[in-house]
Design a protein around this ligand. Structure first.
Ligand code: AOF
Ligand code: ZN
Length: 441
């Protein structure tokens, strides 16, 4: 169950409740398309719609099913999108499929394989425009055309520069009716990480923190174990399964000596967002641990540098540092298999450059579990896309008790980071408050 949060929203924002199906456009909506200049997760891309012989409800029903199927790939497809496909003929589902993992066949190919010759004259429903280029797999458009599909109903244009409407044009040229735009809000949310990564080549960043109701992440003596309940802690630990990497500051490493592992679970991870299927990651994706440590203070025997049964062989550690670090220490770290990135001349690691480097390493999304200083810098530099705050029903108090966002702080309220699409859901005894950082760029 989810609750909308009251209070004042930023101007002209789309505040919606997570999980609720969005407003769906009718079958005949004005044509024309607005230009999308920059990445903005909340903006309406403005697709145009063409009349279809199928009732809206039916098209929504099958697209919802496609989205449900797509979610089975959660945690496995990055940096590729989550895609589900349903093939319908004469009111019967003749094929279903989803993209199961990075480098594996695409959703529509899996559905076409199930449908076999029944695909001829059928309608294909899928939440993303089909691809039209040779990547790790051949273009899906070719298979759709040769299977004799007569209509494609999809939610979103694929903003991948190698596709970007070309998939749709190819289908239309082959005489296939194409309808686009239904359930686009849900489809955008499903692939929020992919949509940012593919257009900016930087990871979609979620900032995660656990705090008391009065916003403290520890007591005045630094005691922080545990503020939230076991249920919320397990939930937040399992969230790592949905991310390509995790970032912490050296402060957290020195204080907590964390492992930062994700635990592959054979029972699966069921969250209100969907479930991560049981078992290890498919498709060969690695989980990257990133430490921001400007003078390479990390002890060589820190837990997160240790080999771990649960994370190997798909683990990688990156130390982001500056020229202040001792070359000798960096050599020793490098000998342990740690990748060193020198990103900054003096005291601060250049986080913007770090995001570019992580994007080059194909991290489509990143979870920041930093302390107050890293969190503040990431928010101030507009690196963060989404916040995920676990709030416990405890009041800690104390002017010296740490808070999740520290740094120098702002002088004026109009400099505050604004959030939109805020949602709140109970997780055990605690609440998970999520929201997207409001961007004006
Ligand atoms: C689809 N359906 O299920 C997926 C699509 O390297 P490849 O061959 O796997 O291609 C990756 C690109 O294909 C990805 O960036 C996106 O544009 C598209 N992914 N497309 O129609 C799918 N996974
Ligand atoms: Zn494809």
């Amino acid at each position: 169950m989810q609750f909308p949060i009251g209070g004042k929203s930023p101007p002209a924002l789309d505040t919606s409740v997570k999980g609720r199906s969005g407003v769906t456009p009718g079958p005949t909506v004005k044509s024309g398309r607005k230009k999308r200049r920059s990445y903005n997760p909340g903006k309406d891309p403005g697709f145009f719609f063409i009349e279809s012989p199928h009732p809206v409800n039916e098209r929504e029903k099958y697209l919802k099913l496609a989205i449900k199927l797509a979610k089975k790939g959660l945690g496995y497809t990055n940096p590729n999108p989550l895609v589900g496909a349903v093939i319908v003929k004469n009111g019967n589902i003749v094929g279903k499929g989803y993209h199961q993992g990075y480098g594996l066949p695409h959703a529509e190919i899996n559905a076409l394989r199930k449908a076999k010759e029944r695909a001829k004259g059928a309608t294909l429903y899928l939440n993303l425009e089909p691809c039209c280029f040779f990547g790790k797999t051949p273009p899906c458009t070719t298979s759709i055309i040769s299977a004799g599909i007569k209509e494609v109903v999809t939610s979103l244009k694929d903003p991948n520069p190698k596709v970007s409407g070309r998939g749709i044009s190819q289908l239309k040229k082959a005489g296939i009716r194409v309808e686009i735009g239904i359930l686009k809000k849900e489809a955008r949310k499903l692939n929020e990480a992919y949509l940012k990564y593919i257009t900016t080549k930087k990871p979609f960043v979620t900032l995660k923190a656990a705090m008391s109701l009065d916003g403290k992440i520890a007591t005045k003596t630094g005691e922080s174990k545990w503020i939230t309940s076991k249920v919320a802690r397990n939930f937040s630990h399992q969230l790592r399964l949905l991310y390509d990497g995790i970032l912490v500051g050296i402060g957290t490493v020195l204080k907590d000596n964390p492992y930062l592992n994700y635990t592959p679970t054979y029972r699966g991870f069921h969250s209100p967002r969907g479930s991560v299927s049981p078992g290890l990651r498919r498709g060969g994706k690695r989980f990257t641990k990133v430490i921001v440590d400007s003078s390479a203070k990390i002890p060589l025997d820190a837990n997160l540098l240790k080999k771990s049964k649960t994370c190997l062989p798909d683990r990688q550690v990156i130390l982001a540092t500056t020229k202040m670090a001792s070359i000798d220490k960096l050599k020793k770290l490098n000998e342990k298999g740690i990748e060193i990135l020198i990103l900054g001349e003096n005291r601060k690691v250049d986080l913007l450059r770090l995001m570019e480097e992580l994007g080059k390493r194909e991290l489509a999304n990143l979870l920041i579990e930093g302390g107050g200083e890293i969190n503040e810098a990431a928010l101030r530099l507009r690196i963060v896309d989404k916040v995920c705050f676990f709030v416990s029903p405890k009041i800690i108090g104390g002017r010296y008790a740490k808070t999740p966002v520290e740094g120098e702080g702002i002088e004026h309220l109009n400099e505050a980071i604004l959030l939109k699409e805020l949602t709140c859901e109970p997780i055990g005894e605690d609440f998970l408050v999520e929201g997207y950082v409001y961007r004006t760029d």
